[in-house]
Structures are given as structure tokens and as C-alpha cells.
Ligand binder design. Structure first.
Ligand code: MEV
Length: 438
């Protein structure tokens, strides 16, 4: 068994690597070399990365790509995408060009409300609790006035606090449900700081509230935390075009293409097994931009999937219909993101990504991310209903296999040429490589 280590966080980076490689590898020098290869020679930059997290021993690279030619509300964007999966950026770029010739993407922010909750237990009379809350509410708001100063200057801050009785779900369970506008910040720190302050004042004031019985005075705060479920922080992105402008091939007329496309989306609206994969494809685009712009993709993922299940069954985040021979196709997705705070000014690549996007505010970035999600879904569904997904995937997969086996430039060219007419399988690629090398 690996021995328990004491004070690991206090070891230097070199010592951490020594400990790790000694206890986890037979070839410890080789492992050390791999970790050291990924250190950045620019010490200042390395230190910056070391300080983003804890127990850092090296870096983990992801590709930083560009999907050009996106037209969103008549403005042209080149979208930075951080993603390791092959075909995603190619599909996004292709979709961007396709819709460019059909009026581009339209996007609008529907609302921007963020949510945080103080969860507490109260064993007593609800009428009295409600009365206490109505009396104390101005004081709760006042208690965060200093925390809110800057946010208010920017036009945001706490919107409201509501007392919610959740005892139908759980005995003695209540909430202070707080809503916020955090403008261009994702706002997690701001919201959590406000909530902890509100909780403390709420608890302390209850102790002094004469109407409460002795036991009622002891409100137990369980936790104070923002919610990543933001069903009122929604952005909509859409495209539309006459059916006659859709792909038209010998196998599929544009009318049949439109009908098949809508049918594929309807399946994802009704069938959870398909919906999960359908939305996964959307998140390929969404997460890639979220990551490149320094936002929290776990928060976005959690919120998007919860929203996809809002009507009681997990369903597609995109929708499509045909009216008067026009295909209308849209996404609605919750996106609680920021363009200030967090990593946005710290991480040089994030800063660069935001510059590529012409320094968007949060609302503009919400629109760009939603468009990336819609474009990705279009690319996936388009492939699925026509050539099938494997054709494009295997082309990129081929490159990964060739790189894994250190293929030279000439080897790559010859093998790519061979697979234009042959089906890519892992074994056949190795076979061709072996033949070339023999
Ligand atoms: C693969 O990463 C994503 C897809 O499976 C999405 C989809 O099926 O819609 C291609």
C-alpha cells in the first residue's frame, strides 16, 4: 500500500515529485522527466500557474484552437476553444461558415438572475418565523451594504431575499432564497460572502427576538451557498433559413433534410438516452469557450443539465421546427459566466481569448457561448442524419493514432491518402504504418 504522507502540501515541488514518483512508479526517473518536461521555462509564468491551485507539480496542456467566421447579431467573431476532442473545432468552423451564408446567428440574453440560499432548520411556528423575517429583512439587506458597494456601483447587487418554507420536502427545513445581479462577474465569491453575512445576522437577531420561544430562538444555519442552478439566467441563440437553402444532395432533398433534422431534434426532446448525448455535443462547444475564457465549466455543466431536466424529464437544450417553409432552430441555455474577476485577468491565455472576442461583457459572452453550443449541435446532428458521425471523427482519430506512433510527415501524408478510400480502424492504421516502415 502507498504510505500515508504527512505535510505533503508543505513539501517543495521537487520534493512532491520525488515522493510521488518513488511511491507510484518503477521507472521513477522517466515519470519525473515527463513531469519536468511540462514545466514552463518562464519562471514567472510557472509560478502564476503553480498558485492557481494546490499541490501543483506540473502543467497539463489542452489545445487552444480558433473557430473563425462566426457571425452573431451581424458582428464577426473568431471563437477561441479549449478542447482536446478531435472534430469539435472543425465542426464548429464548418457550421459557422454554413450559417454565415444564411444570415448568421442571432442571440439575445433573456435574463441574468443569479441565486444563493441560506439553508436553515427551524423548529417552531411558521407564522412567527415569517413575522420575524419581515421585521428583520431590511436589517439583512443593510448588513451587506459594505460588501455590495462596488457591485452596486456597477449596477448590480442583491435583488431580493425571500423566506421559503421547504417543510413539505424535509422536516423543519427553510431557506432564505436570495437573488442577485452580478453584472459582468460570475459572482460566486460575492454571493457567498453576502450569504454568510446574511445568515449570521439572521441567526443572531433570532436570539434576540422576543416573540420566539426559547427553542425557536435557536435557528440552526446548515449552510450558505450560491446555486449553480440558474433557470433565470438564460440566453437564446438561433438560426433560421428557407428550406430550399438547406443541403440538397442526390440522397436527401432539402425538404427531406429539414424533416429529418427536425425529427432528430424531436427525438432528443422526448428520449433521455438520446438527449444526454445530444446535450453532450452541445456542451462540447459550450465548455470549450467557457474554458478558454476562464469560466467554471463544472458550474455551467451542472446548471445546463439541471435546466435540461426542468420539466421533469431530461430533454434536449435545442429545438427545431418548420413554419412556412422556414427552418427555425434554437438553443436556450442557462449560462452564469463572467468576464471580470476570477481567472480573467490572471491567466494570460484567458486574457488573450477575451481580447480575441473583443473584450465582451458577460451578456455578450453568454451569446457567444450559446452560439458555440448551437453550432456544435448543428454540426453533430447534420453529420448524424447524413454521412454518420464516424467519417469525420475517424479522420481526426487517424491523426491521433499517427501521432501516438510518431509517424513522420511523409508517413502521415501516405497514410492519410490511403484512408481517403478505406475505412479507418486502429488496427488498419497500425498495419499501414508497419507496411510503410517495413
Ligand atoms: C461527441 O462528442 C458528440 C456527439 O455524440 C453529439 C451528438 O451525438 O449529438 C457527436
Amino acid at each position: 500500500m502507498i504510505p500515508e504522507v504527512a505535510g505533503f502540501s508543505k513539501l517543495s515541488k521537487e520534493q512532491k515529485i520525488d515522493w510521488l514518483t518513488t511511491h507510484h512508479f518503477n521507472q521513477s526517473q522517466q515519470a519525473k522527466n515527463t513531469l519536468l518536461t511540462y514545466w514552463n521555462s518562464n519562471q514567472k509564468l510557472q509560478q502564476l500557474h503553480d498558485e492557481f491551485s494546490e499541490n501543483v507539480i506540473s502543467n497539463f496542456y489542452l489545445p487552444f484552437s480558433i473557430a473563425p467566421n462566426f457571425t452573431i447579431n451581424n458582428t464577426r467573431y473568431s471563437i477561441p476553444m479549449t478542447i482536446e476532442e478531435s472534430s469539435v473545432v472543425a465542426a464548429a468552423s464548418k457550421a459557422a461558415k454554413f450559417w454565415n451564408q444564411r444570415g448568421g446567428f442571432k442571440a439575445s440574453v433573456i435574463n441574468t438572475e443569479k441565486i444563493g440560499q441560506v439553508h436553515f432548520s427551524f423548529n417552531g411556528n411558521f407564522e412567527k418565523l415569517h413575522f420575524f423575517f419581515s421585521q428583520i429583512k431590511p436589517q439583512l439587506i443593510e448588513s451587506i451594504s459594505t460588501i455590495q458597494t462596488n457591485m452596486k456601483k456597477r449596477g448590480g447587487g442583491l435583488l431580493n431575499i425571500e423566506l421559503k418554507d421547504k417543510t413539505q420536502k424535509l422536516k423543519n427545513y427553510f431557506q432564505l432564497h436570495c437573488t442577485f445581479d452580478t453584472i459582468d462577474a460570475m459572482g460566486a465569491n460575492f454571493i457567498n460572502t453576502c450569504l454568510e453575512q446574511i445568515a449570521q445576522v439572521f441567526q443572531n437577531e433570532a436570539l434576540q427576538f422576543d416573540t420566539f420561544s426559547k427553542s425557536e430562538k435557536h435557528i440552526e444555519i446548515i449552510m450558505s451557498i450560491l446555486s449553480n442552478y440558474v433557470p433565470n439566467c438564460i440566453v437564446r441563440a438561433e438560426v433560421s433559413c428557407p428550406i430550399k437553402d438547406l443541403p440538397n444532395t442526390s440522397e436527401l432533398s432539402s425538404e427531406d433534410y429539414a424533416a429529418k433534422f427536425v425529427r432528430a431534434i424531436e427525438i432528443a426532446e422526448k428520449e433521455p438516452y438520446r438527449a444526454v448525448t445530444h446535450n453532450k455535443g452541445i456542451m462540447n462547444g459550450v465548455d470549450a469557450v467557457v474554458l478558454a475564457t476562464g469560466n467554471d465549466f463544472r458550474a455551467i455543466e451542472a446548471g445546463a443539465h439541471a435546466y435540461a431536466a426542468k420539466d421533469g424529464q431530461y430533454a434536449s437544450l435545442t429545438h427545431a421546427s418548420i413554419t412556412n417553409n422556414i427552418l427555425n432552430y434554437y438553443i436556450e441555455i442557462p449560462l452564469a459566466i463572467g468576464t471580470i474577476g476570477g481567472l480573467t485577468r490572471l491567466h494570460p491565455m484567458v486574457k488573450l481569448a477575451l481580447e480575441i472576442l473583443n473584450k465582451p461583457n458577460a451578456k455578450q459572452l453568454m451569446k457567444i457561448i450559446a452560439v458555440a453550443g448551437l453550432a456544435q449541435n448543428f454540426g453533430a446532428v447534420n453529420s448524424l442524419i447524413t454521412t454518420g458521425i464516424q467519417k469525420g471523427h475517424m479522420k481526426m482519430h487517424l491523426m491521433n493514432i499517427l501521432n501516438q506512433h510518431n509517424a513522420t510527415k511523409t508517413e502521415k501524408e501516405k497514410i492519410i491518402a490511403y484512408f481517403i478510400k478505406n475505412t479507418v480502424t486502429h488496427s488498419e492504421v497500425l498495419n499501414q504504418l508497419a507496411l510503410l516502415r517495413a
